[in-house]
Design a protein around this ligand. Structure first.
Ligand SMILES: Cc1cc2nc3c(=O)[nH]c(=O)nc-3n(C[C@H](O)[C@H](O)[C@H](O)COP(=O)(O)O)c2cc1C
Length: 600
């Protein structure tokens, strides 16, 4: 097949999309489309990747995107997930003989983008891998065979030369983007097309046939959720990378590694990243959440804890113990208000031992500390790690997070809730000050607003990985007739917030005025992370709603989240009501009257 040379002469329709096929890993398909002169996107569409992984929040699957750029020489940017082994390479071979690919640019080494590097090296052992120095080190452990490599850093370039057919000169400029979201990340900017390849940054887990961001409303919730999980904990690094992006010539497209490519609403997405990251890096007290890349389940667990901390509007910084240099590590740990540490391998190599030594030496007496099981197979016992963290009298932010098995959704929920508890420790004073800040008269007037009394409940998944939660609510209102809809204002740091993403189902239990007190007392208790909030409460069996229906409630509404509007401290959740039932037509709804507006 002749090489792809431009927008019009690229792939034939027959090549463009490989029809979906179902494997044990779910429905998979491939999409191959030209996106600019001499540039082809090969997207691996993983329709069913579930929300089991913490950041796959909205159940819209995901994609792993790679790109082929042909100048005088050819470069491939990233590969795909191992689960595409049977189809991705044949599709690539339909585009180009792999032996003709001169360079493989590895944006970072996370397996969902680098899973087929071994296969590619088999097809072309001479390909030169272009990546950051750290990425090349990681790859040496990942791909057990020698390969040619070139380490690059910010400002360095890779010149592919001029494509003879289009006349376009393709020259890549690299930008270091550490921590977005792995320490080894680089962005690549093609001066010939104005496309910036960012891999995880600006991405989203959203699987559809749309190659570009044609429907921003549809993808915005996933874009935000992904940011909160993966990028928010590295907000300072986001701003640093964006400063480097500002120095580039105009960017026409951000070719992300997950989801649709960003072209039609670029300024919207970049403004979001800038605003969110600025808000999260105001130099206040932060928690340093340490992890070990490529070790056990550190990456995912640290993300869950970090997301929980972020929910409490506290600053958080993810710190890779393997890739952060000693001086920076000592500073990040020493200046943190809280330090969270994973269990590390009992037989750590000398470099890692040195890092751990640096970490322990940098701890300060007044810090909050906490630890979690990395579940890496042969870790130091968690109680010993916890004891070493407390050696200078530091206080535990939460009880050690023990993980006894491959972590499931319930474990991630527990980690997120522990993170929120920690975040609340850091923002407690600020929250109290904000409550006191209301002007007296305004406060009293606001207090004359009243509502009903409800318990919102949600449950997802089954068996061991089941997640459930509940909260007392009074900021609830009907919001539409047709279809029937309600709004619930949910504080950003509520545990149940994680179960109220767009598409999720929940139940609004409407309490009775003659028996609501015991239920309020029960659900207003402070529950430890991951606790079963329904133990000891009467729950109706066999009602297929999105959450437990309380036996003592007056009525319930089964709802599905349609939209989330972000307020300063609450998410305004608009949900369509799908089902409802009243248990006792003679009883009245419990009503909540207040005196002041700075409490519920
Ligand atoms: C009368 C009353 C009404 C409340 N209404 C709401 C509400 O509408 N939204 C909300 O986010 N929290 C509300 N809360 C606070 C939470 O219900 C409560 O703090 C929560 O159960 C704690 O859960 P968490 O561990 O998830 O933070 C209310 C509390 C009370 C006492």
């Amino acid at each position: 097949m002749p090489p792809t040379t431009g927008l019009t002469t690229a792939t034939s329709a027959a090549d463009a999309v490989v029809s979906p096929h179902t494997t044990t890993a779910g429905r998979l398909s491939l999409q191959c489309e030209p996106i600019a002169a001499d540039t082809t996107a090969i997207r691996s569409l993983d329709w069913d990747r579930s929300r089991f992984d913490i950041e796959f929040g909205l159940r819209n699957g995901t994609t792993y995107n790679s790109f082929l750029v042909r100048g005088e020489r050819t470069a491939l940017i990233d590969t795909s997930h191992l689960k595409f082994a049977a189809t991705w390479l044949p599709l690539l071979e339909g585009q180009i003989d792999p032996k003709q690919i001169d360079h493989l640019i590895v944006s970072h080494t996370e397996p969902d983008h680098s899973g087929l590097i071994g296969h590619l090296l088999e097809a072309n052992p001479d390909i030169e891998i272009v990546a950051s120095k750290v990425a090349i080190q990681f790859l040496e452990n990942q791909v057990h065979r020698p390969f040619r490599s070139r380490a690059v850093k910010s400002g360095e370039a890779l010149d592919l030369g001029v494509n003879p057919s289009s006349g376009t000169a393709h020259r890549f400029e690299f930008l270091s983007a550490p921590n977005l979201h792995w320490p080894d990340t680089i962005f690549s900017f093609d001066h010939g097309t104005g496309i910036l390849y960012t891999c995880d940054a600006f991405g989203l887990h959203y699987c559809s046939d749309d190659l570009f961001d044609v429907d921003p409303g549809a993808i915005a919730p996933d874009f935000r959720f992904y940011y909160d999980c993966l990028m928010g904990p590295n907000a300072r690094s986001v701003l640093q990378a964006m400063k480097r992006m500002d120095a580039l010539p105009p960017i026409t497209t951000i070719a992300v590694g997950h989801g649709p490519l960003l072209r039609h609403h670029l300024s919207l997405w970049t403004a979001d990243y800038r605003d969110w990251s600025t808000g999260r890096s105001k130099g206040e007290a932060y928690a340093a959440v340490c992890y070990l890349s490529q070790y056990g389940f550190c990456d995912r667990i640290s993300q869950a804890i970090a997301r929980g901390i972020g929910k409490a509007e506290a600053q958080v910084q993810l710190v890779d113990l393997r890739a952060t240099d000693p001086q920076e590590l000592a500073a990040l740990v020493g200046e943190a208000a809280a330090v969270v540490v994973p269990t590390w391998p009992a037989a750590a190599d000398a470099e890692l031992q040195a890092s751990i030594g640096t970490l322990l030496a940098a701890l300060q007496p007044k810090q909050w500390v906490a630890c979690y099981d990395a579940f890496g197979g042969n870790d130091e016992p968690i109680d010993q790690v916890a004891a070493r963290l407390r050696s200078l009298g530091q206080r535990d932010a939460f009880t050690p997070l023990r993980i006894r098995q491959v972590p499931d959704a319930a474990d991630y929920q527990r980690c997120e809730e522990a993170g929120t508890d920690l975040g609340q420790l850091l923002t407690r004073e600020k929250a109290i000050a904000a409550m006191k800040a209301l002007d007296g008269e305004l406060d009293k007037a606001l207090g004359r607003l009243s509502g009903g009394l409800y318990v919102v409940t949600a449950r997802q998944g089954e068996g061991e990985g089941m997640r459930s939660s509940a909260m007392v609510a009074s900021w609830v209102s009907q919001a539409s007739f047709d279809p029937p809809g309600i709004t619930v204002a949910v504080a950003k740091d509520r545990a149940i917030e994680a179960l109220m993403q767009v598409g999720d189902r929940f139940v609004l239990n409407i309490l009775r005025d003659d028996n609501h007190q015991p239920l309020l007392r029960h659900f207003l208790r402070r529950f430890p992370p991951g606790a079963d909030r329904f133990a000891g409460v009467s729950v109706l069996e066999g009602v297929a709603a999105g959450g437990p229906v309380l036996g003592d409630a007056l009525a319930f509404l089964g709802c599905r989240v349609a939209q989330r509007m972000e307020g300063p401290d609450h998410w305004i959740i608009y949900a369509e009501v799908e089902q409802g039932n009243v248990a006792d037509a003679t009883a009245a709804t419990a009503v909540h009257h207040r005196k002041v507006g700075n409490h519920y």
